[in-house]
Design a protein around this ligand. Sequence first.
Ligand code: SF4
Ligand code: SF4
Length: 453
Amino acid sequence: MNIVVKKKSAFKGLLLQENKITAKKPIEVLPVPEKVILPLQQSIGAPCEFMVKRGDTVRTGQKIADSGSYVSAPIHASISGIISRTVKILNPVTSTLMDAVIIESDGKDQWIEVKKLFDIKGSDNFPELIKIIDSIEKKEIIKKIREAGIVGLGGATFPTHVKLNPPPDKKIDTLILNGCECEPFITSDHRSMLENGREVLMGLYIISKILSPKNIYIAIEDNKEDAIRHLEELMKEMGFGSIFKIVSLESRYPMGAEKTLIKTIVGRTVPIGGLPMDVGVIMNNVATSKSVYEAVIESRPLIDRVVTVTGAVENPKNLLARLGTAIGYLIESCGKVESGVNYIIVGGPMMGISIVDTDFPVTKGINCILVRKSRIQVEQNCINCGRCVNICPMKLMPLAYVRYTKRGSFETCREYYIENCIECGSCAYVCPANIPIVGYIKTCKSLLLKTSS
Ligand code: SF4
Ligand code: SF4
């Protein structure tokens, strides 16, 4: 028995309406678009610099931008064709302009040469694959992950080669694969676990070879019973039954946030301003794990990802889309949009951000496109009801952040540990005064960042 059932979470959390309407929809491959727009910043850290210029021809998988900074991840052409332009586009998260490359497709999708060390779809010879993985040096694995441009695909976009190379003083004893997907509507990871379970588990094995942790957990909420059973079966088949443990967790928001998940599974508290590695833990998302497998065994760079397109569309789907594809193209492929729709969220309804431009491209961190009809919500004054404080999984004071940000007292917010906020949106969700608390928090954090840099 490789399943540990955790009935209690380490925080109060929200029981949200799940709306996982695409949970049973297999991943569909979206046709290659006529053009892609690839921003040069798709990860935490330094933006990349152009390695191509207007008029150059490129092949799918070719590196087109990179950075000399350690904390960054290269960008690859997601289609083959011609570099038609370099442009500036608005980053909806930071509201700043970023450089981007436009590739016009040649209609051929011609790939760079890639050397597959094993065909996981065509062979069950897992001992052979494990032998191959065991023969690759740790340094080489990390290099392959970096070169493939892998970042945290759960939305955090932290470069994976950095995460998997903790400083020597950080002793890692626990590795967690995060398959919680706790936000309503999103099902991209759920489908990846069901349809790409082999790659996901082999990716986890590769990561475990780098870190050599004592404990390896696969965290899945209990609303994904089929994924739990499927991975358990696969673990037995692939020989991981005694190495990995599945932890079945109650479906409670925000279970999948790193800090709440670590507290729930291993009972450790990540310090304010700290990282999971400070408490001996490294966590990766399931889609990242699959990409790690592809990078190391198939030399395949990150050029596509699974995106759930859902909400007020005729036929919601899970789509495997090339990075750089316009969000509007994904929405169109899901049929008619209901009348009255007036906003689009990238990400889930709790942590996602609203965008206005449907030409904005799918980037590495986008796991969901949620088409919605907005409710008009008028912000009212805080009534000091304390609900936001009561629900906060990080035991913070959200109402204070609203008050002090409005007054311009950003440093006071820092004294109230605003930097420990994980921006889960639970406080805003329960606020009876409709105060967009996370908006105030984000504004304050970005101003604090500007003044300290
Ligand atoms: S203050 Fe931050 S961590 Fe706490 S509920 Fe609000 S968004 Fe979540
Ligand atoms: S939930 Fe809203 S109204 Fe209540 S204390 Fe918090 S910010 Fe104020």
